[in-house]
Each structure stands twice: as structure tokens, then as C-alpha cells.
Design a protein around this ligand. Sequence first.
Ligand code: NAD
Length: 492
Amino acid sequence: MLKREAHDEHRLFIDGQYRSALSGRMFEKISPITGSVIAQVHEAGREDVDLAVRAAKAALRGPWGRLTVAERASLLQDVSQAINDRFDDFLEAEIADTGKPRSLARAVDIPRGGANFSTFADMIKNLGSEFFKTDTPDGGTAINYGSYRPKGVIGVISPWNLPLLLMTWKVGPALACGNTVVVKPSEVTPHTTTLLGEVMNAVGIPKGVYNVIHGFGPGSAGEYLTQHPLVDGITFTGETVTGEAIMTQAAVGLRDVSLELGGKNAAIVFADADLDKAVAGTMRSVFSNCGQVCLGTERVYVERPVFDEFVARLKAGAEELVLGGPDYPGVGMGPLISAEHRDKVLSYYQLAEKEQANIVTGGGVPQFGDDRDRGYFVEPTIWTGLPETSALVREEIFGPCCHISPFDSEDEVIARVNDNEYGLASAIWTQDISRAHRVAPQIEVGLVWVNSWFLRDLRTAFGGSKKSGIGREGGEHSLEFYTERANICVKL
Ligand code: NAD
């Protein structure tokens, strides 16, 4: 068993070492389950960020930069294996970060943390290259082929909702392509990113390849990272307004960005759908992770003949959900991440009352009469009866709630789903295969699921359109972002 270095006090991880912040500043990590302080976190100042970025830059020219692709891939397989070997440590860290049900973290977050390294390790070994044979003006021949090199130092800025999964989703392919990274996890979820430093050292990832700086966004580590001139590319997952700020900062020096942003995702349930599956899938897409999933559904459109039945069944499902901490018996939904986020979600719950929505279920803070009253819980909530113009139907809430509307025709529902400034994901529930193929390409999003939700193959493109993001990652799309390509033309 490896020594755990930094759990109650999260230091920075720079150049292969855990270090106290030169800034001398610390902030607190509060548990979403109890509302009490569970860790002190070192906040990186500009000097700390500079140290981390310079370490990452130097590592590009060190042993890491001299590894063959096969050697690099093998090391990343070791990282994946080491995450699995320390499964329970990562599970505890993920739970400390988020308070989510243990069963959810065990089934989704930790396995994906490992898979994000093994998948891209495999992929980089099989990366092909384009090739063109060209006739030259003198009647001869030239050959052209694409050559790849790492982009350089990648700034990885990640959110709090799926902290290990979304951070490794960037770090895995970035390292597979030979880059080095400086990671700024969300200030409210420092545990798993810090722990990963131990794994990197244990498997022999050279120092400076993986660096962690803790802190906030503006006037803190996040902004200092995006402003640093030696950062060659920034990959960001988080809110749309933050993405806009980061893109503005990255414009100085023309640094490339990949932005995975917010969503206001719709599910469409046609009357011919298998209703058992549509209800179960929508339950997951609305309430999983307490609704804090970028791909989650907050708008549901149900064809009128099955509207009443669907609403009644989703209501029953929501009311059966057991709320509690990670190990609460039968728990189906944990708390929101923070008091601040609970206030935001509750402001929408209050708006629903003001706008006289029909509150089908929930709409407030549950009273348990036990320890759970200390956590940041809100009730699973369903509304109907609001117009499409309502902020509840248009804005991302990021909580365990949805609005359900009836619809009468295919064209109508496509128009209503597309009438939103976000364009991340959508789920279509129908047993009519022609309809599925007809409707899916018309939805203005980056990801459409038919008769499923959150079914991910890491080789496929992932990302959003409109205000949900810029660029695609996943499979060859990640390799595209994390490499610089050069065409090499050889006159024969
Ligand atoms: P956020 O934008 O508040 O913060 C994300 C990260 O950015 C944090 O690490 C934060 O410290 C940092 N940050 C904030 N301001 C910054 C700045 N000016 N410069 C540099 N860094 C800055 O997002 P969040 O609240 O942590 O996460 C929830 C949001 O993430 C939701 O909108 C959700 O939809 C989105 N999200 C999107 C995807 C996707 O794949 N599209 C996935 C998960 C979450």
C-alpha cells in the first residue's frame, strides 16, 4: 500500500513533489454531506503557477520527451492499473470531494478514471497518418505525410461535478500525445487530483509531466494558468461564462482552446416509446449525481397521448428516491456540491413558485430529522405548465429537476428543442427506427442518444455546439487537439 500524502492538507504537486504554496494562502474544503471543513487546501499564487508551468515545460525536453510511443503508452497503462489497484483510495477521495453515493462512484467515476488512461494509451499506438503521392511540375513525384508532435504544456481546468472522470478525460489523451499538463481542479473538489500525483510518482511518470495547482478562477490559480505565456493549449470543462473568460485570456498569444461547457438538454419521448425504458432512462438522466451532470436532462418533451402517464410515472420514481450520504441504506441521490450551489438551485425552485408552475413533486429542501439535515440536499423536483420562455426552461440549473411539456408533432418538438442557446446533448425515446434516424440529425447538439443516455464509447466525438462548447474531444478528436501536425513533403 502506498503512503497517502496529502489528504487532510492538500498541497500543490509540482515537478514530482508535494509542495506548500509560496503564496502562503490556504482555503477550506467543506463536506457536502456534513457542511463541515474536511481539508485545508494550499492556494497557488502567480509564483506557484509559474513554477508548475516551467516544470511542465522543462519536462517536455527531459526523459518524457525522449520516450518512444510504446514506452509512453506502457507507462499510461501502468497509471490506469495503479488507479484500479488503489480503487478504494480513489473511491474515498471522490466521495470526500462530492458526497455522491458510493455505488455511483464505484460504477462510474473510478473505472472511467482508469479507462481514460488505458483507452488513449491503446489509441496512440495505433495512430495512423495521412499520405499523398503528388505529381511535381518537373514530371517527377513527391510524397507527403503527416507528422505529429505534442502541442506542449496543456492547462487543464476542470469542474466539480465528476472531478476524477472529467480531469482524467483530459489528462489521459494529453499525456498519450506526449504533452505535459498543469491541472487546476475545481476549488471544491481537490482530493482525487491531488491523489493522482502519488500514482504518477509510483509508476515512474517523470517529474514535471503531471502538475497540480489548487485555487479559484479569477485573481487566482485558474486565471494565472490561462494567462501564462508558456501554456500552449487550454482544455476546459465548466460553465459557459467561464469558457468565454478563458477563451478571451487564451487569445493573447493565440493559444488553442477546447471548451466543454454547459447544457440545457432535452429528452423527447414519442408515444410509441417503450415507456418503461423511457421513464427509467429519464430518471437517470434527470436525477443521477443529483442532477449535476452536463449531459443531464432538464427539459422533457412528451407526445401528448402518453404525457399524463409519463408524468405520473416519473413523479412516482422521483418520490421513491432515497436521499442520503454515500453509504445511506438504499441511497439513490446524494447532496448538491456546496451551499452556494444549493442556493442557486433553490433560487430556481422559488422562481417556479413565482411563475406558478405546476409543481408535480419536490420543490424544496427535505427535512429528515437526522444527520442528513446538515448536508446540502434538495428535493428531486418536477414541474409542468411553464411556457418555453421561462428561465426554468431556458437556463441551465444543474440540479435534480426537470420541466415536462406535451407536444403534438415531430416538427414542433424539433423546433422547440432547438430553440435554446445551448446545444450539448439530447435523448430520443421511440421504437420507430425511421423516426429515430430522421429526428436525431436534426437536433442541434453534439451528442444524441436514441433509447439510452450516457452510453459512452471513448473513441467517439464528444462536445457541444452553440454555447455548449468549441471543439470535440474523444478518440481521434482528442489526438487532434493535443497534437501539432506538420506535413512533410519529400521530393523523390
Ligand atoms: P465553473 O465554470 O464555475 O468552474 C470550472 C473551473 O474553472 C473551476 O476549476 C474554476 O475554478 C475555474 N475557473 C473559474 N473561473 C475561471 C477563470 N476566469 N479563469 C480560469 N479558470 C476559471 O464550472 P463548475 O461550476 O465547476 O462546473 C459546472 C459547469 O460545468 C456546468 O455549467 C456544467 O454544464 C459544466 N460541465 C460541462 C461539461 C461538458 O462536457 N460540456 C461537463 C461537466 C460540466
